[in-house]
Design a protein around this ligand. Structure first.
Ligand code: F6R
Length: 607
């Protein structure tokens, strides 16, 4: 993952690099570093841990220089120590790298045989030494980088800074994003437009295999075949201001509370609110010709896909298969020519999802991207973009992007049903009305936060937690377990409530909380039966259901969260909020960092 930045500027580069890195911290935060050039010499400061540690070091030992590179890391090769922190350097250059160089072992052995001594455990250092070796043979920096790129396998973005070259940065993109920002007599490189937003909104994106030679006044893009190519600069919509927490303690809390507003925005993007009808949707293929639909995503986005499956199968009467992208991309799944695959991603940069999309396109499939970052690689590659309007999501655990993804899936399901002639106009109207009600219901549910916090007090004592749900509440149970695991580090599992008796019921004892997601849907009574099975074995039940659910369950319930009455169709959008708040408060009670859980990063650009 990792975030990288390069600045060819006027005035001190290091503080601006740190400013950009703050915007890239969502890509990794286990160490960070900056290198600048001052009077032709390379200088570096690096620090283990969060960016604030680097800031403190830089405050004590400021770096001079108007050109420099920076990095915030999510460790792949080598522990997150200061030694392994980027930039990595030789006596000729410094380099920052996002991604993985897969053939680094072979290249490392070759370089060791030539006498190079490695100071780190990273794959990146080989890039530094390979270019150094090419320079030693008399090549120019551009020739040396080009020769090196041809030898690297894997997915990476790189930016090189050269000793004695006060007006040159060289960047490259292969499988990991890199953007160029053009200022007034300044040039910037960065993992995304958000990082460069404080300096410029004129952004061009490197295409796959491109590399770029940048000076303050000019930029030359070359493609994989070393041809000079044109990459258009566009005005980027990425805002200049870094998102603020406002009165909230964490971005995650703020983002949970923003949900009524942002799902409202997303709904109004797709729905004509005055007519309570769907706006026309621009399909990349003829919906009538489809025999099935595939949905591919990772993590929380794949849970949105799983919930979407319930809705598409119901409203469009089309079989749907949902896959996690890391499996999909290597399974060589058969692709229907002209068939439809929906990719779901908040960041639009997730490496496995992006690679899966490429696979589908190469095999003649058509693609829709449900994506939150409109300038992302996935958005740019898709045939059609179905945007989620969640706004920047900073908390590493996805919350508002997830509920906006659910809205997009609901709309796609209804629109497909209409386009295929299997959903009547009247039913469209009824379902749209239910969807339009979700922001208000969500706002009501957020008021339950004090009650959720009480339940979180007991969860914080648990070693394991089980989440149960049926129907579309089953994938939400999976999402609940994922949220709790990643934020509190408590082991949690989500199960289809009906599957409990086929094994996991053996786990039930008086120590394990069982969280039952029980919206009043057609399978509610079955969920009650499963709850009774848990109660009969002394299980500790936490029920999230409507006002009468606890009464009807007629079993001992340890905690009950009374949700408002609602139509069941899109209940997962509303029931997502208590699930998120539970995980958030459990983490906070346990003293964990809710915005930046250990070992994670927001944008997973490595496979
Ligand atoms: C969990 C979470 C992750 C992401 C996953 C996909 O809270 O945020 O599981 O959902 O890494 O990321 P995107 O949606 O950016 O493709």
């Amino acid at each position: 993952m990792c975030g990288i930045v390069g600045i060819l500027g006027k005035g001190a580069a290091a503080p601006r690099i740190v400013e950009a890195l703050k915007r890239l911290e969502y890509r990794g935060y286990d160490s960070a570093g900056v290198a600048t050039l001052w009077h032709g010499e390379l200088h570096r400061v690096r620090a283990e841990g969060k960016l604030r540690n680097l800031e403190a070091k830089l405050a004590a030992h400021p770096l001079e220089g108007e050109i420099g590179i920076g990095h915030t890391r999510w460790a792949t090769h080598g522990k997150p120590t200061e030694t392994n922190a980027h930039p990595h350097a030789s006596d000729r250059l410094a380099v920052v790298h996002n991604g993985i160089i897969e053939n680094f072992r072979t290249l490392r052995d070759e370089l060791i045989a030539k006498g190079y001594r490695f100071a780190t455990e990273t794959d990146t250092e080989i890039a530094a030494f390979l270019v150094t070796d090419e320079l030693a043979q008399g090549k120019t920096p551009a020739e040396a980088v080009h020769a090196t790129l041809g030898r690297l396998r894997g997915a990476f973005a790189l930016v090189f800074l050269f000793k004695g070259e006060d007006n040159l940065l060289i960047g490259a993109r292969q499988g990991a994003p890199l953007a160029v920002g053009q200022g007034e007599g300044e040039m910037f490189l960065g993992s995304d437009a958000l990082a460069l937003a404080p300096f410029t909104d004129r952004i061009a994106y490197l295409e796959e295999g491109d590399w770029v030679i940048a000076t303050r006044e000019s930029v030359e893009f070359r493609d994989a075949g070393n041809n000079v190519v044109t990459r258009r600069f566009i005005k980027s919509p990425a805002g200049g201001l870094l998102a603020e927490k406002g009165n909230y303690r964490h971005f995650m809390a703020k983002e949970i509370h923003e949900q009524p507003e942002v799902i409202g925005h997303t709904i109004s993007h797709y729905v004509d609110l005055s007519a309570q009808r769907l706006k026309p949707f621009d399909w990349p293929c003829d919906p009538m010709s489809l025999n099935r639909i595939s949905i591919v995503a990772c993590g929380t986005a794949s849970m949105a896909g799983l919930i979407g499956k319930y809705w598409i199968e119901r409203f469009a009467r089309l079989p749907v298969e949902v896959d996690v992208a890391s499996e999909y991309r290597y399974r060589e799944p058969p692709i229907d020519k002209g068939g439809l695959t929906i990719f779901v991603s908040q960041s639009g940069e997730t490496a496995d999802t992006l690679a899966s999309m490429r696979y589908v396109r190469e095999h003649g499939g058509r693609t829709i991207a449900v994506v939150n970052v409109p300038t992302s690689s996935i958005a740019r590659l898709a045939d059609v973009v179905a945007p989620t309007l969640a706004g920047p999501e900073i908390g590493v655990a996805s919350t508002k992007a997830f509920t906006c993804q659910l809205v997009a899936m609901a709309v796609l399901a209804l629109a497909l049903g209409r386009a295929r002639g299997v959903l009547s106009e009247a039913e469209e109207g009824a379902r749209v009305a239910e969807l339009v009600a979700t922001p208000g219901l969500l706002a009501e549910v957020l008021k339950l936060e004090p009650a959720v916090e009480k339940i979180a007090q007991t969860l914080a004592q648990a070693r394991d937690v089980l989440y149960l749900g049926r129907g579309a509440a089953y994938p939400l149970a999976l999402e609940g377990a994922l949220k709790l695991k990643e934020l509190s580090y408590i082991h949690a599992e989500g199960y289809a409530a009906g599957e409990l008796k086929h094994g996991p019921i053996a786990l039930i004892d008086s120590a394990m909380p069982v969280i039952v997601l029980g919206p009043r849907d057609p399978v509610f009574e079955k969920t009650i039966s499963n709850m009774q099975e848990v109660a009969a074995r002394g299980g500790r039940i936490v029920l999230i259901g409507d006002a009468h659910a606890a009464e009807e369950a007629a079993v001992a319930i340890e905690s009950f969260l009374a949700m408002p009455d609602m139509a069941p169709t899109f209940a997962p959008i509303v029931y997502a909020a208590p699930v998120q708040m539970l995980a958030y408060h459990t983490a906070v009670i346990m003293g964990k960092d809710a915005d930046q859980p250990r070992n994670l990063a927001k944008s997973v650009t490595v496979e």
